[in-house]
Each structure stands twice: as structure tokens, then as C-alpha cells.
Design a protein around this ligand. Structure first.
Ligand code: ITT
Ligand code: MG
Length: 360
């Protein structure tokens, strides 16, 4: 299952400041504060009232049923003094708040806790019961222990959780989907990339004007990718497309954009007038970088075709003059082009790589 926003549990012995943390976080992030206390009371997820402890005896099955739908949608901050009852697959972060026994004693006495309940909670805090429970119930890397004895500590805890959320933002929870930030100024490229990759890989995009160096196909794309990662300070996908005329030893290649805009379709055909061999290669090179300083990985796809006088709608680059098995790219249905194109072949490699990354 996949949820767009993560679920967080804020847990800890009564009196550690769970509700204050949850309320601050909910206000700042827009996530939903799910107070289990309120759910138990309002939706009657209990087996009655315990006089000695002055609290409801929670019916865990009823409670889970009551919140399942909401939690599975994601974006919940669950506020409860236990965490081991929630299924692992629901939860992305477990925050265990801690406070020293003196602070707890003061807070719980102020709440007029009965002696037996107060003592039990202090014991539980001293014995690290909740942190152990959290570590046993969830993967270690999603469990964090934070001190919460005063407002400064609360403030810094909330900031830390907010930073975690920002970092998580854009990455789908449940580890089922990848997201790429495709940096391109070309709307046609973007729509093909979306059509091919989604929904398996979600494609976001930023239209940035990236300087393109002169050089080999690989160098142009590698350099473009490094610049993009530096600019957005995060993971990026970029692409560079070349059209290589075999008679011209691969030219215009990476310079196709300038050739196309200055010569047009007819001019590009004229370049080959002196040659019998009209064959050409459409070469698409994607580069993915995990962020600034991470060496980009290249995925290349090549489709062999021929340069012909323009046929078909002229809304994407040199599509009307590139013929593949009797049809120009422009004459094909989009779905047809997206099966055999240089771009589709490069993206098939990228998808395979992402799929492997996901399972490793
Ligand atoms: O922002 P970026 O991603 O760099 O987009 P761009 O339009 O500048 O694209 P390139 O630098 O890769 O230049 C390649 C040129 O080839 C054109 N082009 C790219 N892919 C194409 C395709 O599948 N069919 C036809 N023309 C294509 C594109 O419009 C450009 O004129
Ligand atoms: Mg470009």
C-alpha cells in the first residue's frame, strides 16, 4: 500500500508532553493530530472504566478498527502512551519522548493521578519500558528517542520532526513508489516521460534553464545533471537528446537543437542531399543523480531510422522527419512512439535500475 504522507507515532509515559508535541506539529505541518485518548472515549473503544486507575480499559481491536481507514490514508500524528499495537506497515516514524522522574512526578501529581497509577508510570519510565517496546515492535531506524523536559527541548524536537518530514516529502511511504524530479524545459519530453514512467515512478518536474556544454553525448548529459543537482540541491533526472546523421559521422548529434531551430526540417534534409545514406540514430541519454556530489548514472536508448521530408503533425522537434519502419515519429500514435522510441528504450533501463534499487 502506498500513502502520500507519512504516519508518525508520538509516544512516551503519560506526562512526557506527547499532546503538546502533537499539537505543535499538527499546526506547523498540517498533519492530523490523532489523539487515541479522544478516539477511545468518543468512539467507545473500551471495555469500561477502571476505578483504581481512573482510566478507560482500552479494547485494542475496536480501537484499530476505528482508526484504520484514517491512518491508512496517511498524514496522522498518533498520540498515545503505547505503540506496539499499531501494525508496522502503518507507521513511518516512532518518536519516544522521555523525561526525568522528577519532572514526570510533578506533571502527574498536577494531573491528580491516583498514587498507584503515578507509581506505575514512574517505574515504567525508569525501566525504559516504552523505548524497548518501540524498538521491539518497529525497525530500529524509524525509532527515535527525544528528551522532553522543557519548552526548549520541545521546540527543538518539533523542529527535528519537521526536518524529517521535509526530507521525506516527495518520497512515497510504504516504499512502493519512486519519485523523480525531471529537470527539463521541454514540455513534449516531459509528457512522454510521464506517459512511459507513471504510475510506477512518479514524475515531478522543474523547468530550469540549464547551460549545455559542448562535448560528447555523455559529457553533455553528465554535466547537465551535475548542474541540475547543484541548482535544486536534491535528486534530479535530466535528459539530452541527439539526432545523429550517419553520413555526417554523427552530426548534428548534441547540436541538433540549434541546427533544427536555424535550418528547420527542410534544411536538415538538405544537409544530407549530397549523400545516398539517409540513415540516422535518435539517441536519448538520461542521467540520474541522487543529489549534489553524487556521480550521475547514465541510461541510454538508441532508435535507428531515416531522415525524410517532413510528414505528420509538427508539434515536437524533428518528429516529422525521423522515419522508423515506414512511419515518421510524427505519424505515429503517441503510445506507438512511446514503445519504440529512443526515449522509451532509455527509460526501460532506468526503470530496471530503479526496480533493482527498490529491492536491494
Ligand atoms: O530542457 P531540455 O531537457 O534540455 O530540453 P531541450 O528542448 O533543450 O532538449 P535537448 O537539449 O535534449 O535538445 C534536443 C532537441 O531535440 C528535440 N527533441 C528531443 N526529443 C525529441 C523527440 O523525441 N522527437 C523530436 N524531437 C525531439 C528537442 O525539441 C530539441 O530541439
Ligand atoms: Mg536543452
Amino acid at each position: 500500500m502506498s500513502r502520500k504522507l507519512p504516519n508518525i507515532i508520538i509516544t512516551g509515559t503519560p506526562g512526557v508532553g506527547k499532546t503538546t508535541h502533537c499539537e505543535m506539529l499538527a499546526e506547523r505541518t498540517g498533519l492530523k493530530h490523532l489523539s487515541v485518548n479522544d478516539v477511545v472515549k468518543e468512539r467507545e473503544c473500551h471495555e469500561g472504566w477502571d476505578e483504581e486507575y481512573q482510566s478507560w480499559i482500552v479494547d485494542e481491536d475496536k480501537l484499530l478498527d476505528a482508526i484504520e481507514e484514517e491512518v491508512k490514508e496517511g498524514g496522522c500524528i498518533i498520540d498515545w502512551h503505547a505503540c506496539d499495537l499499531f501494525p508496522k506497515s502503518w507507521i513511518d516514524l516512532v518518536v519516544v519522548l522521555r523525561a526525568d522522574t522528577e519532572t514526570l512526578y510533578d506533571r502527574l501529581s498536577a494531573r491528580k493521578y491516583p498514587e498507584v497509577k503515578l507509581q506505575e508510570n514512574l517505574d515504567s519510565e525508569i525501566m525504559d519500558v516504552l523505548i524497548q517496546e518501540a524498538r521491539e515492535s518497529y525497525d530500529e531506524e524509524i525509532v527515535v528517542e527525544l528528551q522532553s523536559k522543557d519548552t526548549d527541548e520541545m521546540e527543538s524536537n518539533v523542529e527535528r520532526i519537521e526536518a524529517w518530514l521535509k526530507q521525506k516529502n516527495g518520497h512515497h511511504c510504504g516504499k512502493t513508489r519512486h519519485l523523480v524530479n525531471f529537470i527539463t524545459g521541454n514540455a513534449n519530453k516531459l509528457s512522454e516521460v510521464k506517459a512511459i514512467l507513471e504510475p510506477a515512478i512518479q514524475v515531478d518536474s522543474q523547468a530550469l534553464d540549464l547551460v549545455e556544454i559542448q562535448g560528447s553525448l555523455d559529457d553533455v548529459t553528465l554535466d547537465k545533471c551535475r548542474r541540475a543537482a547543484d541548482l535544486v540541491q536534491g535528486p534530479v533526472l535530466v535528459e539530452d537528446t541527439c539526432l545523429c546523421f550517419n553520413s555526417l559521422k554523427g552530426l548534428p548529434g548534441p547540436y541538433i537543437k540549434w541546427f533544427l531551430s536555424s535550418l528547420g526540417h527542410e534544411g536538415l534534409n538538405n544537409l544530407l542531399a549530397a549523400y545516398d545514406d539517409k540513415s540516422a540514430q535518435a539517441v536519448c541519454t538520461f542521467a540520474y543523480s541522487a543529489g549534489p556530489g553524487h556521480e550521475p548514472i547514465l541510461f541510454q536508448g538508441i532508435t535507428d531510422g531515416r531522415i525524410v521530408p517532413a510528414r505528420g503533425p509538427g508539434n515536437f522537434g524533428w518528429d516529422p522527419i525521423f522515419e522508423y519502419e515506414g512511419k515518421t515519429y510524427a505519424e505515429m500514435e503517441k503510445s506507438e512512439k512511446n514503445k519504440i522510441s529512443h526515449r522509451a528504450k532509455a527509460l526501460a533501463k532506468l526503470q530496471a535500475w530503479f526496480a533493482k534499487e527498490m529491492t536491494s
